[in-house]
Write a new protein. Structure first.
Length: 69
């Protein structure tokens, strides 16, 4: 909600890209066919990630699980 309000507040100013450049990221979800190996990709912008934390020793382990196939 905070980012949504900030984004609306600075949208028509020279600072409109600040949230994306400082806090944003871009993820790519890939679907790979097990038979023909065709790859489909979907790119999405994000401001936060939902990482699983239970059962991991640190955030690095959690992130590695997030990006694994």
């Amino acid at each position: 909600m905070l980012f949504d309000k900030l984004e609306k507040g600075i949208k028509d100013t020279p600072f409109r890209q600040v949230l994306d450049s400082v806090y944003g990221g871009r993820s790519c979800t890939q679907l790979i066919c097990s038979e023909c190996k065709a790859v489909k990709e979907r790119h999405e912008n994000f401001y936060n990630l939902s990482l699983e934390v239970k059962g991991f020793r640190n955030i690095d382990e959690s992130f590695r699980k997030f990006i694994s196939g």
